[in-house]
Design a protein around this ligand. Structure first.
Ligand code: SAH
Length: 355
């Protein structure tokens, strides 16, 4: 988290090892502090007397230390002078990568671990499904948009893998950086997180995972649709609709749907007509409810509810990013009345009856 305080020229004394303090320095500068940094008590003494009563003293220490260590005598003197003392977390270790799930796009759905990882990062590689608009508030790291190159092309996966390793190993003039790879939802759900992790491990770069809230659950929920329900569905299957499914796959899914399982389809908008036709051919009842939730947890969220019979016609105007939910749980949606195409509840009920 950045400093939620405007320091506007306030004199701040920052105490801590230069490497551990590298992000705290950026945070205080960004907040407008008039900063004096000392990386050891010796450096402070060499500078002569304690800087005259600063507005704030900040001391950097890693989260596993509980005492003020070498800074204790200095801090005691500031305390005696009634100068407020803030504690700042140490920067993240260099030379490693953290894969962070950013959730479906709302900053409120970042985990506490995700916020910490962002705060401690030197560089963040993000794509557009992650809550990237808020990054400036959450980190002082350099931001690299790998959803888009300067020439507006998506960065190929192999290139992203290479960038992660390069930044970690050779960034900052060979000292290495603490790298965060921020992805939409959860990195291990259609996120190629395993490939990025393997690339880091193969290069000998320490890598860890911070799980995120997956859109496969949270986006239906944003429209009031529970993926399971005690009386309606005891399972849910998350499918990628990116590539057209085979007839065998349609049969398998129709079987799951017919026994009350919920089908959740990601990346499925382009292939929705193919999917709906395939599920009908495979015998999934025409009246099976189907919902498309676009831009879940984001501005412009929209839910369209229809049935398997009318899916193509009723969802023709839907666009990515969207999650498709097929199954009885759609009836449980508490947001049915909020259908943005303006149809009333009666028409929705008709649609769900498979008319
Ligand atoms: N790892 C991600 C999924 C990546 S695949 C996760 O766990 O959520 C990308 C697909 O996720 C999109 O095509 C869309 O189907 C879905 N998606 C992600 N964020 C979404 C959002 N805010 N609203 C609707 N769909 C979203």
């Amino acid at each position: 988290m950045q400093l939620e305080i405007a320091l506007d020229g306030t004199a701040v004394v920052l105490l801590g090892d230069a490497d551990a303090a590298r992000q705290a320095i950026l945070r205080y500068r960004r907040a407008g502090a008039d900063l004096a940094h000392f990386d050891s008590p010796a450096a402070l003494h060499a500078a002569g007397a304690l800087p005259a009563r600063p507005g704030l003293v900040a001391v950097v220490r890693s989260s596993d230390t509980h005492d003020d260590g070498e800074w204790a005598p200095v801090l005691d003197r500031y305390r005696a002078a009634k100068v407020p003392i803030a504690r700042e977390p140490a920067a993240g270790r260099r030379g490693r990568v953290t894969l962070v799930g950013g959730g479906p796009g709302s900053p409120g759905l970042l985990t506490a671990d995700a916020i910490e990882a962002l705060r401690d990062a030197d560089v963040v590689l993000f794509d557009r499904l992650a809550p990237w608009r808020e990054l400036g508030r959450l980190t002082t790291a350099e931001l690299v948009d790998v959803g888009k190159l300067p020439g507006h092309h998506k960065v190929p996966q192999a290139e992203i893998n290479r960038l992660l390793v390069d930044y970690a190993q050779t960034g900052a003039g060979g000292r290495g950086l603490n790298v965060v790879r921020l992805k939409g939802g959860d990195p291990f759900v259609f996120g190629r997180g395993a490939e990025e992790m393997a690339a880091c491990m193969a290069a000998g770069v320490p890598v860890r995972l911070v799980s995120g809230i997956s859109s496969s659950i949270a986006v239906p929920a944003a429209a009031g649709i529970p993926v399971t329900h005690r009386e309606m569905s005891h399972s849910f299957t998350v499918i990628s609709g990116h590539a057209p499914l085979t007839p065998e796959e349609h049969t398998h899914l129709a079987g799951l749907g017919a026994t009350g399982g919920t089908l959740v389809v990601l990346m499925g908008i382009a292939n929705l007509p193919h999917l709906a036709a395939g599920l009908r051919r495979a015998g999934l009842p025409l009246g099976t409810p189907l919902a498309v939730v676009e831009r879940g947890h984001q501005a412009g969220q929209r839910t369209t509810v229809t049935s398997l019979a009318r899916a193509e016609a009723d969802t023709a105007g839907c666009a990515n990013p969207a999650v498709i939910v097929i199954g009885d749980v759609v009836r449980a949606a508490s947001a049915l009345g909020a259908n943005a195409d303006g149809r009333g509840l009666r028409e929705l009920a008709d649609a769900l009856a498979g008319a």
